[in-house]
Ligand binder design. Structure first.
Ligand code: NAD
Length: 477
């Protein structure tokens, strides 16, 4: 019997013994991809491929610690034998480890596969998982080119199981609130969105130190990073992208610096280079990465001035949607501060918000309250002033501001809301179909792929050049 048949049988058995018919087992959280209900009789059998930082922490230890009552890790896989062994001890699990994915699929019956490898390799594991009728959750970006995207879409069409995109931003407090306000028609008919995202010199540079800086591994930041932003835009606009035009360049990192070293640890420019980073400062990084370099040569603290860097470090993208909404987007990677500016323009007004702009954050500190606090007998905390602001301006009228509690940990609080939805079936308080499907994953990466192609070829790209998915005017219809 082929391993595929074995797993299909096991999976059917799992769904039957879970006491719920397949149709009924699908949770009612939203229209998107969701898992079958957790079984009361046995835990969901989970394997993780890619035991790097996101895998071991978020999809690893976090799930073991917080969802151990509904799932159990039955296998871990990584091409690096040292890293997968470390992951096993860090996650405190007793399952077998593998360096060969196919061997793992052959030997271990699974209900769910978590894909957390380098971006350009996601497709291999997603397709194999779906072909074995195993549910798959993948990290973003779903994949990095249009051929791989088509292979995933086709595998999903044939599979009895589901691909779930780990788009945690959608579940984030601020972003869900914006979706809610759009749904309530706060700006009237939506016509355009301006989104400028700024990665600061610490966060932005981190992408140029390792595999993300090489386009054959990350697909460029238009995939690796912007897939999050493009997905949010698609979800807010509730329509599919049809045309993309972009510019981009590599002007700061990589070959652009006059000096470079082997990596940060062994560099003779540590005093001179403002980007010096000591990877061994934390024991975790040492045990996860540097201790295991000998197995595969993966250097986590590469020189960000190395000549192999071939991604863009500044990018602007314009997108037209099937419902005629237009987007103007940019991503910067060496900003002095981390944040974004975001505005929704409609027939009736404009809604905007921001994060991280230092001078606006300073304004949030109400001067009168500072005085009050200083004078108060009962100590006031200025914490209550820390919030997100959404400003809504109405045509021919004034503006009003909505203040939201500042929740920034765990991707605007979205990580926990997402895992509660996926593993416990708890709907987000404001449920707007956050559970993301293969189609959502595709449309997000197709914008990035189109933007990259537009930069390479100097022309506007139609999304239909890259996929047989038909653009919908209204996605949720
Ligand atoms: N959603 C989010 O907010 C978020 C945050 C961080 C990372 N991520 C995503 O998580 C994924 C992993 O990122 P990371 O920062 O943990 O990277 P990482 O480099 O720390 O880990 C990647 C791991 O994949 C392994 N790997 C590579 N090729 C493999 C293969 N063919 N077979 C098996 N293992 C293989 C590597 O050895 C490494 O251990 C990426 O896709 C990234 O986009 C998402």
């Amino acid at each position: 019997m082929s391993s595929g048949n074995q797993y299909s049988k096991d999976r059917r058995q799992f769904l039957i013994t879970s006491g719920s018919a397949i149709a009924g087992a699908v949770m009612a959280t939203s229209a998107g991809a969701v898992l079958a209900k957790p079984s009361m009789e046995r835990k969901r059998r989970v394997a993780l491929v890619g035991t790097g930082i996101r895998g071991t922490n978020f999809w690893g230890k976090n799930l073991v610690d917080n969802y151990g009552d509904v799932l159990e890790f039955v296998a871990l896989c990584d091409i690096n034998p040292g890293r997968v062994t470390f992951a096993k001890s860090f996650m405190n699990v007793s399952c077998p480890t593998f360096t060969d994915f196919d061997e793992m699929l052959e030997k271990v019956p699974l209900d769910l596969l978590l894909v957390c490898t380098t971006d350009a390799t996601h497709d291999e594991f997603i397709v194999k998982g779906l072909n074995h009728d195993i549910d798959v959750i993948t990290e973003k970006p779903m994949t990095t080119d249009e051929t791989k995207c088509a292979a995933i879409v086709n595998a999903q069409r044939k599979s009895k199981s589901k691909l779930i995109m780990g788009f945690n931003y959608r579940y984030g407090h601020l972003f869900t609130e914006l979706k809610d306000l759009l749904h309530k028609n706060e700006v009237g008919r939506l016509v355009s969105i301006d989104l400028n995202w700024y990665l600061n010199v610490h966060h932005g540079s981190a992408y140029f130190r390792r595999w993300h800086g090489e386009r054959d591994k990350s697909g460029t930041l238009l995939l690796h990073k912007s897939a999050h932003h493009f997905d949010l835009l698609n979800w807010w606009i509730d329509s599919d992208p049809v045309e993309v035009h972009a510019f981009g360049a590599l002007e700061f990192y990589g070959k652009n610096n006059p000096f470079r070293g082997k990596n940060c640890r062994d560099c003779r420019y540590t005093k001179k280079c403002q980007f010096y980073w000591d990877i061994n400062e934390t024991e975790f990084n040492q045990r996860l990465y540097t201790d295991n370099e000998k197995f595969d040569g993966y250097i986590r603290d590469n020189c960000l001035w190395r000549k192999e860097v071939d991604i863009f470090d500044k990018m602007v993208v314009q997108i037209r949607y099937a419902n005629n909404v237009q987007v103007s987007y940019s991503l910067s990677t060496y900003s002095p501060y981390e944040g974004f500016r975001l505005a929704f323009n409609g027939f009736d007004g404009r809604m905007e918000t921001w994060e991280g702009l230092p001078w606006l954050e300073a304004q949030q500190t109400d001067q009168s309250k500072i005085y009050e606090t200083g004078m108060a007998i009962n100590q006031h905390s200025l914490k209550e002033l820390d919030n997100f602001e959404i400003s809504i301006s109405e045509n021919f009228k004034g503006y009003r501001q909505i203040k939201l509690p500042y929740i920034r940990r765990g991707h605007w609080g979205g990580d926990k809301v997402m895992t509660d939805a996926i593993f416990r079936g708890i709907s987000p308080k404001k449920d707007y179909g956050q559970a993301a499907t293969v189609r959502d994953g595709s449309m997000a990466v197709l914008i990035g792929i189109a933007a990259r192609k537009s930069i390479d070829e100097g022309r506007m790209i139609k999304i239909t050049e890259l996929t047989d998915l038909k653009p919908k005017v209204k996605r949720s219809a």
